[in-house]
Design a protein around this ligand. Structure first.
Ligand SMILES: [Zn+2]
Length: 229
């Protein structure tokens, strides 16, 4: 199992691309999020033929801005592959309604399925943006776990949920992060995440690395070439 990021920036950090990754788990390659910078990068990197599933954390534009384009592309240019959209059951209706704004009959272009059993959801509703449905996801293969936070303003919540699940084996957490205390209303403030470094391997993403303070102890995805395409 591994994860590689296509982009590591936040909504406004165009230089680093919108945060998005491909997780390779149990023989399947899962694209996590497809913001407005992502489709062009997928084409440039020739990654589209690899994708088996598309998984979305929430409906902000920096996470779904080019999803519609990717789905049309798959339908018209790669119809034999049958790439599927996977999502928690409670998210299906909202996701399809969203796609229907641009595709009218979204289910003609892509099938939607429940999560496979190797992906566990962490429901983070209202913990990124008021009244918004958001999710974090846990990918599991052979007792190794990759945890992807999605956007989350409650810095302890993900770790509290992981703890409840009593996971065995190796756990690697990819957490959204902000260095700006004013952005705490939407994202996890680095100081509040650092307290979990003693128990978990944590990598920060969804940020501008140029703004990283000298005292920040959390390594960033963008600092590790093994985590990047
Ligand atoms: Zn968001």
């Amino acid at each position: 199992m591994d994860i590689k990021f296509i982009g590591t920036g936040g909504a406004f950090d165009i230089e680093y691309g919108n945060s998005s990754a491909i997780v390779n788990c149990n023989g399947k390659k899962i694209l996590v999020d497809c913001g407005h910078t992502v489709f062009p990068r997928l084409i440039q990197l020739n990654l589209i033929p690899e994708i088996d599933y598309i998984l979305i954390t929430h409906l902000h534009d920096d996470h779904v801005g080019s999803l519609s384009t990717l789905i049309f592309y798959l339908y018209f240019f790669q119809p034999q592959k049958k790439v599927k959209l996977i999502a928690p059951l409670q998210f299906h209706k909202e996701l399809i309604n969203f796609l229907n704004f641009s595709q009218k009959n979204a289910l003609k272009f892509i099938e939607i399925e429940d999560l496979p059993d190797f992906i566990t959801l962490i429901d983070t509703f209202n913990r990124h943006y008021p009244d918004m449905q958001t999710f974090g996801y846990i990918f599991t293969e052979n007792q190794n776990h990759i945890i992807y936070s999605g956007d989350l303003n409650d810095s302890g919540y993900l770790f509290q949920e992981i703890h409840k699940l009593n996971l065995n084996g190796q756990i690697t957490v990819f957490h959204d992060i902000t260095f700006n205390s004013l952005a705490k209303a939407a994202h996890a403030y680095y100081k509040d995440i650092e307290v979990f470094l003693s128990d978990y391997q944590i990598w920060g993403y969804h940020c501008n690395p140029k703004l990283k303070p000298d005292d920040c102890k959390i390594p960033l995805v963008i600092e590790n070439p093994n985590l990047l395409f």
